[in-house]
Write a protein that binds this ligand. Sequence first.
Ligand code: PRP
Ligand code: URA
Ligand code: MG
Length: 209
Amino acid sequence: MDTLVVDHPLAAVRLTLMRDARSDSAVFRNSLRELTQMLVYEAMRTAKVAAFDVATPVATATGFRLQDPPLLVPVLRAGLGMADQASVMIPEAQTGFVGMARDETTHKPVPYLEALPQRLEGRPVFVLDPMLATGGSMLYTLELLAERGASDITAICVVAAPEGIKALERLGYPVRLVTAAVDAELNDDAFIVPGLGDAGDRQFGPRYS
Ligand SMILES: O=P(O)(O)OC[C@H]1O[C@H](OP(=O)(O)OP(=O)(O)O)[C@H](O)[C@@H]1O
Ligand SMILES: O=c1cc[nH]c(=O)[nH]1
Ligand SMILES: [Mg+2]
C-alpha cells in the first residue's frame, strides 16, 4: 500500500500535543484541526487540476481549479474533529458520513450510521479517522465505499499501527494511507502504543451508546 508519513516539524509539534496526556480536550481538538490541515494539504499534492485563463488586473494568467474534488468521509465520532478543517482546505468537497464504535471486548466495529452517495465510480474519496488500530473500522468503511464503486480512496489518519496497515494491505482495497505517524504496536486492549489514547473520548468525553 502506498503510505505517506507526513514528517514535518509543524506536524510533529501538533502530534506531540495530541499525544500528551496533559492536553485537555480544547488543546486536543485544536491540534487535530491544525494537523488535519497539513495532512490534507499533503494528500492533495497529486490531485488533478484543470487549467483555465484568468484575467488579472494586468493581463491573462493561467489559473487552476480542482478537476475532481474528493468526497470527504469522516468516521464518527473521532473523525468529526477532522471534517471541518478538511472542508476549509477543500471548499468544493462534499461530505458523507459513517459512524461506528468498537466493541470494547471483541474490538470489532459496531456500525450505527451510513450516509453516503449511492455511486462513487470515478470519484476520489478521503476517509478521515485519526486512528488506524486493528484496521477493523477502516476496513468496514472501505467495504462500504468499494460496494459503491469507489476505486480511488485515501485514508487520512493521525496515528497508524503496523497491525492496521497490514490488515489494509492484506485485503487489497484501492487505498493509500496518509498519516502523521506509524507507531510501534497495539496493546492487549487494541490501543495503539504509544498512541494518544481514545481519540473520540479525548475530543468529546465518554461515549454514550
Ligand atoms: O482500527 P480499529 O481497531 O477499528 O480502531 C480504530 C477506531 O477506533 C476509534 O473509534 P472508536 O471505536 O473508539 O469510536 P469513537 O470515535 O466514537 O470514540 C477510531 O476513531 C477508529 O474509528
Ligand atoms: O489507540 C486507539 C485505538 C483505537 N481507537 C482509539 O481512539 N485509540
Ligand atoms: Mg473511541
